[in-house]
Design a protein around this ligand. Structure first.
Ligand SMILES: Cc1ncc(COP(=O)(O)O)c(C=O)c1O
Length: 397
């Protein structure tokens, strides 16, 4: 069917093919998959949520099945607000709203701020869902390298000096997706200073912040901001369940009011039944104790994957050693196109994601790739990394 000429320009700029094909292959039952950012399904509190779901429907079905308000279900908003106040993310004047996953929070922030052609600074590499959201608004992506301690601040400042259309910086400062890197405290402070100096806003996306299994917490950028220029996005996806599609945004009232208006247009409100389930879960159970268990599992799997990588990968591979989150970022020297490495590994039933997927310029081959460690057993991790090692040794030869 000849229909492409009718599609809007904003969707024509969206790319997705390579990763989708890989995900399709990775979902084959015999594949060892290090692809997605999926939480370990064995950690979902299925029994608890089943009981709560039934209880909610039987006892307050009229609310659960009715329209809700755009800002979110009040009891859930209160719980989230308290949690955000405890880490100084929500200040007295801030507003909190519940959104349909962090993805929606990012998208709404972009929609509120970015006119066509206007600029947003992003980390290179970064989260593909966010990059695609910015692309869909025909925003111009200005990519900044991610170093071992976070974004290269010189590049940020140079971009801002030379482009007065840039309005936003999008960053995942803690256990970044895809690199696993955490921005240092110094750089967080620097970024805030730069944002103030050039009068731009920061979207701080923090779905992994609570998944630290090593080292010490670093304050969020939002917690250090007293000027209202940080839009903080959080998520229940990695600490409870992504299927519930629950996230939140904390920002100054002026921004939240705009976000609420565009959310009304997008989906009226976040699934009220899911919000009630999450609320009851946190009333009846300790989500913090649950998070401790998730952290322990991921810490073990990450440590084991790194051990296997040390053992089986050739010396020329460099990789990050995350202290939390879900990902390890591996880089080969020189000009490899890791898409070829991924294809070769898929033949051996091991899948992961080539680095170009996460770049502002996806067309350019990348010598990096992302490994996820949260869903595979230790046995599968070893088997997969061993196969990857064989492919990489072969490449060098
Ligand atoms: C950095 C980052 N932000 C946002 C999201 C989206 O999360 P949610 O499931 O809450 O929409 C993800 C999902 O993997 C992510 O990695």
């Amino acid at each position: 069917m000849q229909i492409d000429h009718l599609f809007a320009d904003r969707v024509k700029t969206l790319k997705g093919s390579a990763i989708r094909e890989i995900f399709k292959l990775a979902s084959q039952p015999d594949m060892i998959s290090f692809t997605g950012g999926l939480p370990a399904p064995e950690m979902f509190p299925k029994k608890e949520l089943a009981d709560i779901a039934k209880d909610v429907l039987l006892n307050d079905g009229a609310t659960a099945l009715q329209y809700g308000i755009t800002e979110g279900y009040d009891p859930l908003k209160d719980i989230v607000r308290k949690r955000m106040e405890d880490i100084n993310v929500a200040k007295e004047q801030d507003h909190v709203i519940i959104v349909s996953g962090a993805q929606q929070g990012i998208d709404l922030a972009a929609k509120v701020f970015l006119n066509e052609g206007e600029g947003i600074i992003v980390e290179n590499p970064s989260f593909i869902g966010a990059l695609n959201s910015f692309r869909a608004y025909n925003a111009k992506l200005y990519a900044v390298d991610v170093e071992n301690d976070g974004m290269n601040m010189e590049q940020v400042e140079n971009l801002l000096k030379n482009n007065d259309t840039i309005k936003l910086i999008y960053t995942i400062p803690t256990f970044q997706n895809p690199s696993g890197i955490t921005m240092s405290l110094e750089k967080r402070k620097q970024l805030l200073e730069i944002a103030k100096k050039y009068d731009i806003y920061i979207v701080e996306d923090n779905p992994y912040g609570e998944l630290r299994f090593k080292g010490n917490d670093i304050p969020t950028i939002k917690s250090m901001d007293d000027t209202g220029r940080v839009i903080y996005v959080g998520s229940f996806s990695k600490i409870l369940s992504p299927g519930l599609r629950l996230g939140w945004v904390v920002a100054c009232p002026e921004i939240i009011q705009r976000i609420v208006v565009v959310k009304q247009v997008n989906d009226v409100h976040t699934n009220i039944f899911a919000q009630m389930i999450a609320t009851q879960y946190m009333r009846k159970h300790s989500i913090d104790e649950h998070i401790v268990k998730i952290r322990a599992l991921y810490g073990k799997r990450c440590g084991w994957m790194l051990e296997c990588m040390d053992r089986y990968l050739p010396e020329f591979c460099e990789y990050t050693r995350p202290e939390g989150g879900l990902f390890i970022w591996c880089t080969l020297p020189g000009e490899y196109d890791t898409l070829a490495v991924v294809k070769e590994c898929i033949k051996r039933k091991v899948a992961f994601v080539p680095g170009n997927t996460f770049m502002a310029d996806m067309e350019k081959p990348s010598s990096s790739f992302r490994l996820n460690y949260s869903t595979m057993s230790e046995e599968k991790i070893e088997e997969g990394i061993k196969a990857l090692g064989e492919v990489l040794h072969g490449l060098r030869a």
